[in-house]
Design a binder for this molecule. Sequence first.
Ligand code: ACO
Length: 387
Amino acid sequence: MTAPASPPAPGTAPQVAKGLDSVIADETRISEVDGQRCELIYQGYHLDELVGKASYEEVSYLLLYGALPTRQQLAGWTAQLNTHRSLQPEMVAALTQFPRTARPMAALRTAVSLLGLYDTEADEEPVEVFYRKAVNAIAKTPTIVAAIGRLRQGQPPVAPQPELSHAANFLHMLHGCAPSVEQGQALDAYFVLLADHGFNASTFTARAVASTKSDYYSAVCAAVGSLKGPLHGAANRKAMEMLEEIGAPEKVEPYVQKTVADHKRFMGFGHRVYKGPDPRAKHLKEYARRLGEHRGEMKWFAISERLQEAVWNAKKLYINVDFYSASLLHYLDIPTELFTTMFACARIAGWSAHIIEQAANNRLIRPLALYTGPRNLRFVPIDQRPS
Ligand code: ACO
């Protein structure tokens, strides 16, 4: 157990770490986000070691179990994912009843909650049971997202195809046809790149909920709610909307000037931890470029590249993970409104690993607050209060 921080010396003001900036809240073996070196490590593997070599199936196993799977372990893990991919008819019926106006992340949050309702082990505590819940959620999240996407277009959900990879199967379930090899590889790399990222806001949210000994699905629901925010996961959707608003490469510079003048934020730029380039961004850029070439439609990549340069010149801001995610996902014909749910499809592996790690070595997460409100007020009966 970690020793609690010492109280401030008498007469000194306690320090407030606004936004928990630079606070080390716990230990983890799952991933390291090195803000100075601008490196991301999954269970000892530098991200550059994994991207394009390890599939999402291997990386999700790595995050959960701490080692890359053997051939036999991978076959078993893939078989488990395949077994859990299909949604119960009750789940499909419920998704069909969601209002068409519901935003996809709100629909996903509700659907994860429903997963908990239909899991008879949802409230069982042993950590071993958490692994079964993790398989269920990692397998079903893409099925849910594809179904949400299709139902919003007035189309029925498409059943999973067990012979396809996790990523290719998603594209099949969304579009109703098998993707090309390039498309499957790009989405697989996207899932690998976004699978985990230390104590980011949604993962920390999941751990905080797990620390109360609440159930796995409640922790994931809360994480989805946290990811939904534009300063976190919704930045990929906002980045695409920004590219669409710009519309053409030659309109980039006036857009940047106006955004700076209006003191607005560039979505997909900046990062709390990285003091230099986000290590995921260069890979996403390369996959976005390849997909653009594959489609013979470089417009979105060209706008992105010019914007990256113009924002650097104007504000010295680096791109983050969400910036090239936007054109990558767009080139996969994923509707912009679904972008943040795609992030959730990847991050569900990291959330699950962190919930399990928290549960296995738990201490209630309960920080202090510095009270700055009034004191010593006297109670005034309601009929004597000023109206
Ligand atoms: N565009 C314009 N200015 C920015 C941006 C940006 N994207 N990011 C930071 N800044 C500026 C701020 O305006 C601020 O300037 P000021 O001191 O003159 O007011 C300064 O940089 C520091 O900003 P903070 O918000 O305090 O920095 P923080 O570390 O809290 O911000 C954050 C990190 C929230 C990611 C921020 O960079 C941002 O809002 N980016 C846009 C949203 C985004 O892309 N989010 C995804 C992050 S990655 C992820 O969660 C998956």
